[in-house]
Ligand binder design. Structure first.
Ligand SMILES: [Ca+2]
Ligand SMILES: [Ca+2]
Length: 582
């Protein structure tokens, strides 16, 4: 099945934006801003006239001039989650490795602002690369040694240098809740070694209670029991032991000293249990505050992002003191669900929840990650829906993260190995340019089309859309650093404003598969204080984005009533409409 979609005009306008802005690690917003400003000033006189001629608003509320929220260095960035085992194999053994990754960095960002053939991401999260007992690496045996299948310490040094040369930051996946049961620390602990006996959580008798998901958490060994919330193969470290805390800080320093730019912190709500309270305890948040301070003491610019797979109200509590960012799982699920069902209310609600929960833009936004069915499979591989999802990702409040292959529409359903399959670089369905040997896991179905080579030569491809939207995100200050104001919408439409002191951008999307003219946007009170220039459509997907947007006359309260910026919204169409400086 393939839903009807208008494709090429979108790429046109996005291409204009990209051409105006250039590309690279830190795209400038000035070019776009000046384009918008000149377009706006041309029409400002007539807009001012219509504003003054408008009847007085019955509302007594005054408008609120927009301000620019506090921003961190990562707020203009887009990040990429990569599974080294599946990215690129340099030596033909079928297993991706660090040298393979180094060879493909130009795909992520070639470091040249004048090219647009790279994805343009600013940072990479490497899923675990330490010596481990498993293919995925989330059960670590040695935190200071690279998995031999991935390469050597020298290979890592080379990767880091090559990435930094291109303006790509690198953060490592750090698993602090548990280790492998094959970690020498655990072996020594189980044997009663005086140094390590308290490094894990032991009980002489079976406490008997279950874990947060009803799973067995107490595992028998030699007549005693140890706690492992993720199973017997992954015993939980005892983070109440100062020696364990000191070792984890030392490990973080070991990697920061080599130049890594921070960490993605795995499963952090599980760090410290308090009896049967095993999820997001106050002790866990306090421990992380101390750990965070130790990271910043080594490198104040380092970034931490935590995996807190929980409601926004819980996940946001970690920011900014326990972690710099946490992933916004609620918004991710709502984004995918709204595109899948066509119902915008789920997404509208999650946007509102995000605004009230997190400090502005200090959440990691994403669609799906390495633990979830890939978004392309959830959406049945429909290209227009995938383009809409990518558009929403790049316009929502937060720092966007792209899971490798997502930019191609790579398919994947559980089991986990099949959502972590080799990256398809070419149309070869067997090896996909990933390896000259036999891939460790067969390629996902459909890679004849979902591959880098094929999509790179198609300006209307999903990959081309990602490349353009990533540049748009970096170029438009309102999109990456603006405040967010939810807008009420009727019909199958969701909308919000992104606002800085200098710019207001309207994001509007039709989540349904049906064209609609029967919708209207309303904002009771807002930031539109001055007369506005002519709205400018700066980016769009699934519609002819050369369509000009209707003029907007703000109310006295700085909002609007019954605004319909585009006469008709095509199926799954979405646009960023710049309203200029109010
Ligand atoms: Ca290899
Ligand atoms: Ca724990």
């Amino acid at each position: 099945m393939h839903s009807p979609t208008l494709r090429t005009p979108v790429a046109l306008v996005l291409a204009l934006v990209v051409a105006a802005c250039g590309s690279g690690p830190a795209p400038s917003s000035t070019a776009v801003a000046s384009v918008i400003a000149s377009a706006s000033s041309a029409a400002s006189a007539s807009a001012a006239a219509s504003t003054s001629a408008a009847p007085a608003s019955p509302s007594l509320a005054a408008c609120t001039p927009p301000t620019t929220p506090a921003a961190k260095s990562w707020n203009s960035e887009v990040w990429y989650e990569a599974f080294v085992r599946s990215f690129a194999d340099s030596n033909g053994d079928g297993v991706g490795d660090l040298r393979g990754m180094t060879g493909k960095l130009d795909y992520l960002n070639d470091g040249n602002a004048s090219t647009a053939k790279d994805l343009g991401v600013n940072g990479v999260w490497l899923m675990p690369i330490f010596r481990s007992a498993s293919y995925h690496g989330y059960d670590v045996i040695d935190y200071r040694t690279i998995d031999p299948a991935y390469g050597t310490a020298a290979d890592f040094t080379a990767l880091l240098a090559a990435a930094h040369q291109r303006g790509i930051k690198v953060i490592l996946d750090l698993v602090m809740n548990h280790t492998s049961d094959q970690n020498p620390w655990f072996t020594a602990s189980a044997a009663g070694d005086p140094t390590y006996k308290d490094w894990y959580v032991w009980s002489d008798t079976d406490p008997g209670f279950k874990g947060p998901q009803g799973q067995t958490v107490w595992h028998p060994l030699n007549g005693r029991f140890y706690y492992g919330v993720f199973g017997s193969g992954m015993p939980d470290l005892n983070l109440r032991n100062p020696a364990v805390t000191a070792e984890l800080k030392s490990i973080a320093k070991f990697w920061l000293d080599q130049g890594v730019d921070g960490f993605r912190l795995d499963a952090i709500p599980y760090l410290i249990e308090n009896g049967q309270k095993q999820f997001s305890t106050p002790e866990t948040l306090a421990w992380l505050r101390d750990f965070q301070a130790s990271v910043k003491a080594v490198n104040p610019d380092a970034m931490t992002i935590g995996e807190v797979w929980a409601d926004s109200s819980i996940a946001a509590k970690y920011v900014p003191d326990s972690t710099d960012l946490t992933f916004n799982f609620d918004l991710a699920a709502a984004t995918v669900a709204s595109v899948q069902t066509g119902q915008p209310s789920t997404l509208a609600s999650a946007i509102g929840q995000t605004v009230t929960s997190w400090p502005a833009n200090q959440a990691g936004t994403f669609l799906t990650n390495h633990d979830q069915a890939r978004v392309a499979s959830v959406l049945g591989g429909r290209e227009d829906e995938l383009k809409l999802a990518s558009f929403l990702l790049m316009t929502e409040p937060g720092v966007p993260w792209v899971y490798y292959g997502e930019e191609l529409g790579l398919a994947g359903n559980k089991p986990d190995e099949q959502i972590r399959t080799p990256m398809p670089w070419t149309a070869d369905p067997e090896r996909g340019g990933f390896t000259t040997g036999t891939p460790w896991e067969p390629l996902a179905p459909g890679t004849e089309l979902t591959n880098v080579a094929t999509q790179s030569s198609d300006p209307a491809s999903l990959l081309a859309t990602y490349r353009s939207l990533i540049r748009l995100h970096g170029a438009q200050a309102a999109l990456h650093g603006g405040g967010t104001v939810p807008v009420a919408a009727s019909g199958p439409v969701v909308a919000w404003l992104r606002t800085t002191a200098d710019d207001v951008a309207l994001v509007v999307a039709n989540t349904s598969g049906t064209a609609t003219s029967d919708y209207a946007l309303t904002l009771a009170a807002g930031p539109l204080c001055g007369p506005l220039g002519a709205p400018t459509t700066v980016a769009a997907v699934n519609m002819d984005s050369t369509t000009s947007a209707a003029a907007l006359t703000p109310t006295a309260a700085g909002g609007f009533t019954g605004y319909r910026p585009l006469d008709t919204l095509a199926p799954h169409a979405a646009a960023v409409i710049d309203l200029g400086k109010p």
